[in-house]
Design a protein around this ligand. Structure first.
Ligand SMILES: [Zn+2]
Length: 333
């Protein structure tokens, strides 16, 4: 029996970055408030704004959207009781949207517009006795939330608000024998969660606890003949995994372990040459999430001079991380 591999065939090859089309795609995103997609994505509005703002900043086009109305929206999303931030006005706060909001405010250099102390208190309230974090009051535990917690606290300079040692021990308890990490102890390794755990260890200065050789091999094996990367064995390639895998390898100093040229070709093939924007894989409809991660991965690959440098740990422009005076660790080999 032949060994069947899940992959895609790149049919319409696009060689160039469609820069102006992407700027237009993001700037117009969400402009039409009656748009079906706009109404359906209310539950992740805050993250949608973060994806758009970051993508535009990476392209040096931040002035294409209205800074003041975004800041006003964020202020209205901070819960006066818990201090957490919700995805949209009238929704419940969650650690994921709190991170998105803090990232946007750092890019706009205006953290003082919200109650930062209350955010630190909110993050503290979500830490559990075993060091893990709830995402919100409903009590789901996931290593993604551990990453969100330390990323938020690093950005607002309130790292002392949680028990870091316990937080690190919990994340390490989610590592697997293949070198990867899952969402909780004994859960399967997954590239998105590996990014969260490697990013967590980068922020908390604990990268020495990684089995880098083993983990980097697992990550390299995510590259398929099309050049694209998948998130787990036997899955299809997807542009967002270009980010999760590449950022993890970059933090571990092993970006050169994958074939950059083929990956770049795969990412460029996922551009929509009519509307602009990137889709998950070639031929599908574009969305703002894959547009940020496509551009972010291209920035990490470094071949495009029109893109600003992106920080692999925070998925934010490098100059913003420097301005915040944060020094996430990476391995140099
Ligand atoms: Zn995806």
């Amino acid at each position: 029996m032949a060994f069947v591999k899940n992959d895609v065939e790149i049919k319409n090859e696009i060689k160039e970055l469609l820069f102006d089309k992407h700027v237009e795609y993001i700037a117009n995103h969400g402009n039409d408030k009656n748009d079906f997609e706009y109404c359906m994505t209310e539950f992740l509005r805050m993250s949608g704004i973060y994806w758009g703002v970051t993508a535009l900043d990476i392209m040096n086009q931040l002035d294409k959207i209205d800074r003041l109305s975004i800041i006003e929206f964020i202020k209205q999303c901070q819960c006066p009781i818990t201090g957490g931030i919700s995805p949209c006005i009238g929704h419940d706060p969650h650690i994921l949207y709190t991170l998105s909001a803090v990232q946007i405010l750092c890019i706009y250099d205006c953290l003082n517009e919200v109650n930062v102390k209350a955010i630190a208190k909110y993050v503290n309230s979500l830490q559990q006795p075993d060091g893990s974090f709830f995402g919100d009051k409903w009590g789901e535990v996931d290593t993604r939330f551990s990453f969100c917690a330390v990323a938020i606290l690093a950005l607002i300079d309130k790292m002392e608000s949680i028990n870091i040692e316990k937080a690190v021990n919990f994340v390490m308890s989610c590592s697997n024998s293949d070198g990867g990490f899952g969402s909780k102890p004994n859960a399967e390794s997954h590239a998105g969660l590996i990014y969260c755990c490697v990013g967590f260890l980068s922020i908390t200065d604990q990268l020495h606890r990684l089995d880098c050789e083993k983990l980097a091999w697992w990550l390299c094996e995510r590259q398929l003949p099309s050049g694209g990367l998948n998130g787990r064995p036997e899955k299809l390639p997807d542009v967002c995994y270009s980010w999760w895998v590449l950022a993890s390898l970059t933090i571990m100093g092993r970006l050169h372990w994958i074939n950059s040229e083929k990956l770049e070709q795969f990412i460029l093939s996922c551009q929509d040459n009519e509307t602009g924007g990137f889709s998950d894989r070639t031929g599908n409809l574009p969305d703002i999430f894959h547009t940020l991660f496509g551009l972010g991965a291209l920035s990490l690959l470094g071949g495009n001079n029109n893109l600003k440098k992106i920080n692999p740990t925070f998925c934010m422009p490098e100059y913003v991380i420097e301005r915040c005076n944060i020094k996430p660790k990476s391995i140099v080999i």
